[in-house]
Design a protein around this ligand. Sequence first.
Ligand code: GLU
Length: 482
Amino acid sequence: MTVRVRFAPSPTGPLHIGGARTVLFNWLFARRQGGKMLLRSEDTDLERSDVKWEQAIAENLRWLGLEWDEGLEVGGANGPYRQTERLEIYKEYLGRLWLGGHVYYCFCTAEELAAQRQQGEGSFGYSGRCRHLAPQEVEQKLAEGLKPTIRFKVPKEKTVVFQDLIRGEVSVDTSDISDFVIIKSDGIPTYNFAVVVDDLTMGITHVIRANEHLTNTPNQILIYDALGEDTPEFAHVSLILDETGRKMSKRMGDMSVEAYARRGYLPEAIVNFLALLGWSPDEEKEIMPLEEIVSRFDLERVSKSPAVFDFKKLDWLNNQYLQHADLDYLVSLSHPHLEAAGIDAKLSDEWLAYVLGVVRDELNNLSEFPEHVKEYLSDTVIVSPEAKEHLLLESTPLVLDALTERLKDMEKLEQDACQQMLKQLNKDLKKSAGVSGKAVFMPIRVALSGATSGQELYYLLPILGRERALRRIESAQAQAGI
Ligand code: GLU
């Protein structure tokens, strides 16, 4: 049996971190089992659904590297993959339910349903009142032009039992499920009906989805049974909580994948982080590229307990990925962040790669990169009060003049050449003036950066380049009046 899984978002908003984790677990399972993943749009909420969200979700999935094998934008033999384009298929399955006597028209209006509930009829759901309408009554109401819903007849005194691959045995008594609507009065199927028909006709073998759908599963199983069809396997992935143990909330800020991309997290780091939200490998290990996760992924190691979203861990993982990523790749990802920060100077990719290589250890994410770039683009320095004393040493004018001279003699400020030059300068000044070590390097550092600590000078000089380094020295000299 070839494994077939699906990701079935409702295109009513952006892809959130929780949805991304669901799709990741589907994707990992499919890859591990040599199966296929398909993408379909559950767009039966006509008011809130919009193809723009389908496109955005597809784009986010591609950005995360979670390509699907069949479905939206890709096509395949089981389409269409948008529920609103599958109405004929639902009609056919509805016909089977009518034939088997599993459904009935319900003419109760929203007000009537509310009144019934108030009178204690069907206090936990629908009373079942229209189940018993006589055929002539139904005919008459239809002839009057009333627009009924279609409800599923939930069999009485039955227990629905299934083995959830994550949660174990789940058992629900049908006395806890009231007759539910499968076709709304506008003729559009509800989620529970459409999802069953889609999963059946698309040959889905494993339904891996968010835990919030666990309570829908017995209803869906009843529909499979009524159709005389086998059910797929189910796996319900637990909730994601914030650090205080509450359900992911607005307080956590914008939790869309898009927002994380904007904040400069690398897709590889997000995927690694999401994999660990609920799943753990057999050995303690945190940093795992996708290929390795695929080779270890197993639904048995997905936890039943809610996962906690740890922002610090995400920052740490992202930093680890930043430290090891290919620099040209990081440069390409950094462009939108530089633009967003309003840096319009023409910066070569070669220069950006060098700066990234120097500062990436300090970055939690790429949106922090522009601050560093801005700092290096300035022709002047602001000498901090505590740094100034290093410029006021008697020997400082000599040191800075000597540095200026040497910089003017250099063709290009390359790292090795700068390291060599600084070493030689120190040696020469020691010999000629008895000045060396801190008395040489501190004034140089302050003149080039305004501060007493920072990057190695032989990194800083290549970043600044000769002209800017010289202008900075002049600006520091002016501030110190030397
Ligand atoms: N459209 C549902 C949602 O976005 C998916 C339900 C399912 O996977 O069965 O929550």
